[in-house]
Design a protein around this ligand. Structure first.
Ligand code: PMP
Length: 281
């Protein structure tokens, strides 16, 4: 397939990375994953705005505008005839002789590619299992950084135990998932961690918060505990690729009766309607 390197559209085999690229050596860069439905990007502006914000937080100046980036991604999608899938894009601080401090001249390197990815309809219908594990990551989880080792170790622990997601907690407080935001519903109120430095403010999370008012679900953006999670009426995770994904057991203990909850179903429908409105898929 065709990939994007800065402003060049290349065949994938012709894409190269300098062995001293700071993204490769240090994880010194930021990234985004955008969902594509029926050949159209969903919430592209939100994702690309977040990319610019993440870049600014690490003092990385992006050598293109949001409009230029959008145009390149549109072309990348078209060249690959992507229908339903994702666009992965990242920007690193580029190549320089290895040193921790930033090089005088920063040559940011943008790369992007597309991938066909089906919507996880079976899991969304049946729900998935999660485990809990301590959140040992740093204190700037609001940055969508390439440094994902803390997330990877947590996800690996979940998968090795037959789970779909690892729910992270600092002391008794649930922060987010290893690659998702986490929500519970109890007594007809939805709780999710506020958008602080301890979580990534998911674009899917923001969509969900918008839909709550329309379906008559009360919202409290306040941290909840492991105990509240265990005893919740409903629980779900949310991300660009997993959408609104019901959690039916945690550490092998069922949430309520172990079936996806009614409010979760309503949010799935509302989310899907939002996708249809924007992408006509
Ligand atoms: N938190 C983390 C740590 C993530 O990796 C992700 C997915 N990239 C999310 C939350 C969800 O963000 P989004 O809805 O924008 O995909």
């Amino acid at each position: 397939g065709t990939i994007l390197v800065n402003d060049q559209f290349l065949d994938r085999v012709n894409g190269t990375v300098d062995i001293e690229d700071r993204g490769y050596q240090f994880g010194d860069g930021v990234y985004e994953v955008v969902r594509v439905y029926g050949g159209k990007m969903f919430t592209a502006e939100e994702h690309l705005t977040r990319l610019f914000e993440s870049a600014e937080k690490i003092f990385l100046k992006l050598p293109f505008t949001l409009e230029e980036l959008t145009a390149r991604l549109e072309k990348l999608m078209d060249d690959n005839q992507l229908d339903t899938g994702i666009i992965y894009l990242q920007v690193t601080r580029g190549a320089s002789s290895r040193q921790h401090h930033f090089p005088q001249e920063q040559n940011a390197v943008l790369t992007a590619y597309t991938k066909e990815v089906a919507r996880p309809v079976k899991d969304m219908s049946a729900g998935v299992k999660a485990i809990t594990t301590p959140d040992v990551r740093w204190l700037r989880c609001d940055i969508k950084s390439l440094n994902l080792l803390g997330n990877l170790l947590a996800k690996q622990e979940a998968v090795s135990k037959g789970g779909f997601e690892a729910i992270l907690h600092r002391d008794e407080t649930v922060t987010e998932g290893s690659s998702s935001n986490i929500f519970i519903i109890s007594n007809n109120t939805m709780y999710t961690h506020p958008a602080t430095n301890l979580i990534l403010n998911g674009i899917t999370r923001r969509e969900i918060l918008k839909h709550c008012a329309n379906i008559g679900l009360q919202v409290a953006e306040r941290p909840f505990t492991l105990d509240e999670l265990k005893n919740a009426d409903e629980a779900f995770m949310a991300s660009t690729t997993a959408e609104v994904m019901p959690l039916t057991s945690i550490n092998d203990e069922l949430i309520a009766n172990g079936a996806p909850g009614n409010w979760t179903r309503k949010l799935q429908e509302a989310f899907e309607t939002g996708v249809e409105k924007e992408c006509g898929a």
